[in-house]
Design a protein around this ligand. Structure first.
Ligand SMILES: Nc1ncnc2c1ncn2[C@@H]1O[C@H](COP(=O)(O)OP(=O)(O)OP(=O)(O)O)[C@@H](O)[C@H]1O
Length: 569
């Protein structure tokens, strides 16, 4: 409840001036003027049914009764202008903030929730809070009506007024009583949707694997089963919330029936004027709407709390602060480019790199690396090798800040690297991962990947032994990749990724198994050219490989075994 209130307060603070105006318009334009119409209606019927009927009085009241709805319509349009579109902006702020936190995570750390849940959080869990916020602003307007009604009706007939408000405590008790069920049905709907979305994204991501293993039918059956579960959970939740809403309605209706019974008696014995009766009937609609909306808001508080809980599962501690940060979305202009200054906190040029006692354990498999220490000097060629699963990739990822180190130190020129993920980027370091990813764009765009300086592209293509392959494509480096273009072979993909690393002109080049899919001749040329680059430009190379050819150039060979250093030579 407290967290939901914090988020609602922040939503208000996103646009305090507009939001205050909308609330005031709803409270005083829509509701306050509405109460005023009640006064005029009472007077109108009192005068029309009494002896003191004057033409002027009637004309005045008629004019007022026409003016008030007109002014209300105008306030409504101003309200619409101020609030329309805010809904999507609030959702966009939440989505942007969640994405920002995801990008802050070490790059190789998997998301704490699966893909289906992530999509559902971005799709649905971010939307409930601002819906609740707008309902609350309407509730505040209806509250003005109700308080106005309470005062006016109370002065006419207290006992009857009490009946009008009697459903309110009943609804509070029902929501309290059914609290567990409200949350359970909502949670079940969310979780079954997570699973369906997860399987759908698997189908898109791994369609080829499904096809070659002839697993389409079982997978579709699984999807159908999950779809059925989701439909059941959705139906249950819909039936439950509709039933709750109709319980609120019926409580309100029973109150109205009781009230009308009482009023008809009073009208018959003359203790109630036609004007007072009309006043009661007039307020009846608004007060019953207030009561219904009150029930809905109480129910949605529970949904909002659960959705916030799911968001917390993704962005972790202090999630309320992170979720509600309100810096510009840049809807009307382009965002500024991030600062492009190289991090020179440890000196502009690499002299030496010391890795001391680096450890990391994967929480789910208890595998990883333990106490790894080595040094690299500028212009050297270091090979990390070892059997499959010995920890080579993990070591590179922890060193580069793509996985959070459990212990150990990294020093660049003798100075502690404060944040590896921020520091080990171009122009300090460039990296080719074991499984590189290429986008559906041209080969050139994939090599540059936003890098503004194209001057090194020809050299990078040469160094990565890619030029002969590009010559075979009609469009050369402008050949399109992906669904609308060509598919590269495994070796071409590795070398395109290597060119992406080389074009960035970094001091330290880190490569993970970059030659695993290359034939002997291409591999030979690749290491030769990288070695030439080292000699000519003083670039430093740190290479994971299981193949022997690179060893020919190595100054240092580090062998890993079961996550530990077996030898350095
Ligand atoms: N995401 C992960 N979650 C849990 N365990 C993991 C994860 N990634 C790797 N491991 C485990 O950590 C150990 C080291 O894996 P790593 O990928 O670093 O080995 P490697 O030497 O690079 O292997 P290869 O030569 O096959 O690429 C392995 O036992 C592996 O199963």
């Amino acid at each position: 409840m407290r967290d939901t209130l914090t988020v609602l307060r922040k939503i208000y603070l996103f646009y305090p001036v507009q939001n205050t105006t909308v609330i005031l318009l709803r409270m005083f334009g829509f509701a306050g003027l509405g109460v005023l119409s009640g006064v005029f209606i009472k007077r109108y019927f009192d005068e029309a049914s009494g002896q003191a009927l004057t033409l002027n009085g009637l004309l005045f009241l008629t004019a007022m009764l026409m003016t008030v709805p007109l002014v209300q319509a105008i306030t409504y349009y101003i309200d619409l202008g101020l609030s329309y579109g805010r809904t999507e902006i609030v959702r966009a702020i939440f989505r942007r903030n969640i994405l920002r936190e995801i990008f802050k995570r070490p790059g190789a750390l998997p998301l704490p929730v699966d893909q289906g849940q992530m999509m559902n959080i971005m799709r649905s869990d971010v939307t409930v809070h601002e819906g609740l916020y707008w309902d609350l602003t309407y509730l505040s307007a209806f509250a003005v009506f109700s308080i106005g009604g309470l005062v006016m009706l109370g002065s006419v007939d207290w006992p009857v007024t009490v009946i009008l408000f009697a459903p309110l405590p009943a609804i509070i008790m029902i929501v309290k009583w059914l609290e567990k069920q409200i949350t359970a049905y909502y949670r079940a709907e969310r979780m079954t949707t997570d699973r369906v979305l997860g399987v759908i994204s698997d189908i898109f991501n791994y369609s080829q694997a499904l096809k070659i293993n002839k697993a389409e039918r079982p997978f579709l059956n699984r999807l159908a089963g999950l779809g059925e579960e989701r439909a059941r959970a959705g139906r249950r939740n819909a039936v439950f919330t509709t039933a709750l809403a109709s319980i609120y309605d019926n409580i309100v209706n029973i109150g109205i029936a009781l009230l009308l019974l009482l009023l008809s008696d009073k009208l018959r014995n003359g203790s109630f004027s036609i004007g007072s009766f009309t006043l009661f009937v007039f307020f009846l609609g608004y007060i019953s709407n207030f009561t219904r909306l009150f029930g809905k808001v109480l129910t949605n508080f529970k949904s909002s709390a659960l959705s916030l809980n799911r968001i917390e599962g993704v962005i972790g501690e202090r999630y309320l602060v992170k979720l509600t940060q309100n810096d510009s979305l840049f809807l009307a202009s382009d965002p500024p480019n991030p600062p492009d200054e190289p991090d020179e906190s440890c000196g502009p040029l690499l002299g030496n790199l010391h890795i001391d006692g680096l450890s990391y354990t994967f929480p789910n498999s208890k595998q990883g690396i333990r106490n790894i220490s080595f040094s690299i000097r500028q212009g050297s060629f270091t090979v990390i090798t070892g059997k499959m699963g010995s920890g080579k990739t993990t070591l590179l990822r922890v060193m580069l800040g793509l996985l959070p180190k459990a212990s150990g130190e990294i020093k660049w020129n003798g100075r502690l690297v404060p944040n590896a993920a921020d520091f080990f980027v171009p122009p300090n370091v460039a990296y080719t991962p074991q499984v590189p990813y290429l986008f559906s764009d041209t080969i050139k765009a994939n090599i540059l990947l936003g890098y503004p300086d194209e001057s090194q592209i020809t050299a990078a293509i040469h160094q990565s032994v890619l030029e002969e392959d590009l010559n075979r494509f009609e469009m050369g480096a402008d050949t399109l990749l992906g669904t609308k273009g060509v598919n590269l072979s495994g070796g071409q993909l590795q070398r395109t990724a290597a060119a992406r690393m080389l074009v960035r002109d970094a001091q330290l080049l880190v490569m993970d198994d970059v030659s695993s899919a290359l034939d002997v001749d291409t591999e030979k040329r690749l290491w030769e050219r990288l070695n030439e680059l080292r000699s000519s430009k003083g670039v430093t190379l740190l290479v994971v490989t299981q193949k022997e050819y690179a060893l020919k150039y190595a100054d240092q060979v580090i062998v890993l075994e079961n996550g530990e250093m077996k030898s350095v030579s």
